[in-house]
Design a protein around this ligand. Structure first.
Ligand code: URP
Ligand code: ZN
Ligand code: ZN
Length: 463
C-alpha cells in the first residue's frame, strides 16, 4: 500500500502543478493529475502546497563552543527542524586543534547515533593540519566517507581560526578532490584588535559585539577567500553572508565567472542592529552571533541577491544557547557564547517575509530552502519531488496563522529570537523518506530513524 497525497499543488524549484503524489516505501513513485487511488492510504492536500522537505546546510548541534555546548543535541535539534519542515540538515563536525579529522568525524557520528530524527550529512571544519601538514591527507579519507565539504574559519583566533597558508592548502586539496570549501569570512585578526580596544574603553555590553565586527572585516575576508580559491582552482561557498559590502565582493567574483557561491541566514534578512540590539541591556545577548546583526539598510540588498541568484541558499546557522549560557558574558561581551536558535523557524520566516511580502516566489522559496542546497552539497536524491527521489515531502498550509514563541517551540532554548512574531504559512504534515514524521505540529517519528547521507564530491554543483 502506498501513500497518495491528493488534490495539492506541487511546487518544485522549476514548476508548479496541480498534481497528486504517490509515495511507495521510501520514495516518490509518481507525480501526476488524478492518480489511481486503489489500495493506497489517501491524504487530502486540498488547499495545501506540496513541496520538497527543507534542507538546512548550516547547523551546529551538540557543539562545544564559547566555553559551553550548543543547547540542542541531535535529538532536540533535528526534531525541531522536522517540526519546522526541514527534513535534512548538514551539520558541522569540528576538528579540535591537536586532534584529527577522523576523531572529529567519529565523535559527530556518535552524537547523531540513536538521536537523529531526520537525515543528516556532515561538513568537516578543519582547524589543524599538523606541524608538517600531515593531516591534509585526511581530506581524501573524508571524501571517501561522504564528507565532501570542508569548512574553514577566518575568525575566532583563540579556537578555530586558520591562517591563509592552511586555507590555501585545504583549497588546493579540495580542488583536486572536487570537494567544496565553506568559509566563515571575517578578518579575525583585525576584529581582535577592535575588540581589545573596545574592552579597554570599558564597553562590555552585547551591543559592542556587533559594533566590533564591521561589515568591512567580513567583506575583506570574503574577497580574500575567493581570491585564494581562484588561485587554488577550488569552488568556494561563503557561509552566513550578512551585508551589502560582502555582497559586492561576491558579485564581483561571480561577474568574473569565478566558482563562488554564498548563503545568507534567516536572521540577517529579518532582524537588525537598530531593532534588536539598540544597546540598552544585557537582554541583547540573545542576538549575539557571528557575523553580528547588521543595520537594517542591509536587508533590501540581501533580499535582492536572493531574487537575482547571487545568494543561492538560506540556512539558519542554528547554534542555540540558553540564557544561563549567554550569561557567561554578562560582564564581557567576548564571553557570550556566539550563536542563536533558528532551525525551527526558517521556513515560516522565509515564507512570511519572502513569499507573502512579494519578495520571492514559492518556486524561489523551494530553490533557496531545498533544491539549491541539494544541488550544491551533492544530495541528488533530495530537494525535488519527482519519481525515484526520496519522499521527503512537506505539506504546507499557506493560510495557517502561527505565533512564534519560546513557550511552544521545540528548540531547547528558553527564548526565541522571534518571540511573539506572527507568521502566515506553516507546516501541516512532514514526510521523511515516506514516513509521516510530523502531524499537527508534533513529531511522531522514532528518534534515531535519521540516516547519515554519504555525499559524492561535486564541487558545489559547478564542476
Ligand atoms: O555565532 C555563530 N555563528 N556561532 C556558530 C559558529 C559560526 O561562526 O558559525
Ligand atoms: Zn561562522
Ligand atoms: Zn555557523
Amino acid at each position: 500500500m502506498g501513500i497518495l497525497i491528493q488534490h495539492g499543488t506541487v511546487i518544485n524549484a522549476d514548476s508548479t502543478t496541480k498534481a497528486d503524489v504517490l509515495i511507495e516505501g521510501k520514495r516518490v513513485d509518481a507525480v501526476g493529475p488524478s492518480l489511481p487511488t486503489e489500495n493506497h492510504q489517501l491524504i487530502d492536500a486540498t488547499g495545501l502546497l506540496v513541496m520538497p522537505g527543507g534542507i538546512d546546510v548550516h547547523t551546529h548541534l551538540d557543539m562545544p563552543f564559547g566555553g559551553t555546548t550548543s543547547a540542542d543535541d541531535y535529538l532536540t535539534g533535528t526534531r525541531a527542524a522536522a517540526i519546522g519542515g526541514t527534513t535534512t540538515v548538514i551539520d558541522f563536525a569540528l576538528q579540535s586543534r591537536g586532534h584529527t579529522m577522523r576523531e572529529a568525524l567519529d565523535i559527530w557520528r556518535k552524537k547523531a547515533a540513536g538521536k537523529a530524527c531526520i537525515d543528516y550529512a556532515l561538513h568537516m571544519a578543519v582547524t589543524d593540519l599538523g606541524p608538517r601538514f600531515e593531516n591534509l591527507a585526511e581530506m581524501d579519507q573524508m571524501v571517501a566517507e561522504g564528507i565532501t565539504s570542508f569548512k574553514l574559519f577566518m575568525a575566532y583566533p583563540d579556537s578555530l581560526m586558520i591562517d591563509d597558508g592552511l586555507m590555501f592548502r585545504v583549497m588546493q586539496r579540495a580542488a583536486a578532490l572536487n570537494a567544496l570549501v565553506c568559509i566563515h569570512a571575517e578578518n579575525g585578526a583585525a576584529i581582535d584588535v577592535v575588540v581589545a580596544q573596545t574592552l579597554a574603553a570599558g564597553h562590555t555590553a552585547p551591543h559592542f559585539h556587533a559594533l566590533s565586527r564591521s561589515t568591512l572585516a567580513e567583506a575583506e575576508a570574503t574577497h580574500r577567500a575567493i581570491a585564494l580559491a581562484e588561485m587554488a582552482g577550488a569552488t568556494v561557498y561563503i557561509v552566513h553572508l550578512s551585508n551589502s559590502d560582502s555582497l559586492r565582493e561576491l558579485r564581483a567574483a561571480q561577474a568574473r565567472g569565478l566558482k563562488a557561491l554564498a548563503e545568507t541566514c534567516t536572521q540577517y534578512l529579518v532582524l537588525s542592529l537598530e531593532e534588536q540590539m539598540p544597546g540598552l541591556s544585557f537582554d541583547e545577548a540573545k542576538y549575539v552571533f557571528t557575523p553580528p546583526l547588521r543595520r537594517k539598510e542591509n536587508h533590501a540588498p540581501l533580499w535582492a541577491a536572493l531574487q537575482d541568484g547571487s545568494l543561492t541558499v538560506v540556512s539558519t546557522d542554528h547554534c542555540p544557547f540558553r540564557l544561563d549560557q549567554k550569561a557567561l558574558g554578562k560582564d564581557d561581551f567576548t564571553k557570550i557564547p556566539n550563536g542563536g536558535p533558528g532551525i525551527e523557524n526558517r521556513l515560516q520566516l522565509l515564507w512570511h517575509h519572502g513569499v507573502n511580502a512579494g519578495r520571492i516566489t514559492p518556486q524561489q522559496f523551494v530553490e533557496l530552502t531545498a533544491a539549491a542546497p541539494a544541488r550544491i552539497f551533492g544530495i541528488p536524491t533530495k530537494g525535488v519531488i519527482a519519481p525515484g527521489k526520496d519522499a521527503d515531502i512537506l505539506l504546507w498550509d499557506p493560510a495557517a496563522q502561527y505565533t512564534i514563541s519560546a513557550a511552544t517551540q521545540a528548540m531547547n532554548t528558553d527564548y526565541s529570537m522571534f518571540e511573539g512574531w506572527q507568521v502566515q504559512g506553516n507546516v501541516a504534515k512532514v514526510f521523511s523518506r515516506g514516513e509521516l514524521v510530523v502531524d499537527q505540529g508534533k513529531f511522531i517519528g522514532i528518534p534515531g530513524r535519521g540516516r547519515f547521507l554519504h555525499r559524492a564530491a561535486n564541487a558545489g554543483g559547478l564542476a
